[in-house]
Design a protein around this ligand. Structure first.
Ligand code: SF4
Length: 248
């Protein structure tokens, strides 16, 4: 189970002025139940296992972009076994970091960012991960997705939404937003969802996106969200009997 508290089942009441959607509440309450027992995203696992350590959350999120979760988890584990702090990681060469994180996608690029981010953490922040969006965005390789996830997981922010490709895709399929990029989706979600859900949107939708609402061939016929989902822009779905056979 996720370590973050799951909201109680009472209705969204504080959304006056915001187009608070019952569909959003139904989806989030359904997902709170449905993701129990599913494989959690890699960065969530690392955060849970490392007491929400901001440095490990930051670095593993940097590694996770466009990379399979299992690969991110294995690469992060290898890297943190060698260096658990910015000070220690900054002593590694870029080539060493490359070797440790391979085969994450863009591993050369990411190794340079990891090294540069560690240096910046040391020179500007005394080796600690800063706790504001503005400061986090000064770190090499860190964009809003990474900064939001660090703020949510390690600084327990309830004012941020972390939007990656899963959240962007599913929020559009569900008809919550009509947007073209994760950045647009993030801003639209602040307007269209109640703040109580903001810290949970990433955990719930990423978990669902990795297990059910996949980019290709989503498992719509087996999906608990089907009653609330217009399946926008979904053209091909997984065949149910094939899904059930694989489960069996
Ligand atoms: S019904 Fe299909 S498109 Fe909608 S959330 Fe479920 S898997 Fe995704």
């Amino acid at each position: 189970m996720p370590s973050r508290a799951t909201p109680s089942a009472d209705a969204d009441r504080g959304g006056a002025g915001r187009p608070t959607s019952h569909r959003v509440r139904h989806v989030m309450e359904t997902l709170a139940r449905e993701i129990d027992g599913l494989e959690l995203p890699a960065v969530e696992k690392i955060s849970n296992e490392q007491q929400e350590d901001p440095f490990q959350v930051l670095i593993s999120t940097l590694l996770s972009a466009r990379t399979q979760d299992a690969t991110t988890l294995a690469a992060s584990t290898r890297l943190f076994r060698r260096a658990k702090t910015a000070t220690r990681m900054a002593t590694l060469t870029v080539a060493e970091i490359e070797r440790l994180i391979y085969p994450v996608s863009f591993y050369r690029h990411k190794a340079r960012h990891v090294k540069a981010a560690c240096r910046r953490l040391i020179t500007a922040y005394g080796g600690r991960v800063p706790g504001t969006m503005e400061e986090l965005l000064t770190l090499p390789g860190v964009g809003r997705k990474t900064a939001n996830l660090v703020l949510i997981l390690s600084f327990r922010s309830r004012r941020n939404i972390c939007v990656d490709t899963h959240v962007h895709r599913i929020a559009n399929r569900l008809g919550w937003v009509e947007t073209r990029s994760p950045e647009e989706t993030e801003q639209a979600l602040y307007q269209r969802t109640h703040p109580r859900w903001w810290p949970l949107i990433n955990l719930y939708l990423v978990t669902w996106g990795q297990n059910v609402c996949r980019p290709l061939y989503p498992k719509c016929e087996d999906c608990a969200l089907r009653p609330f989902c217009p399946q926008k822009d979904v053209t091909r779905v997984a065949r149910v009997h094939a899904v059930r056979r694989r489960r069996g």
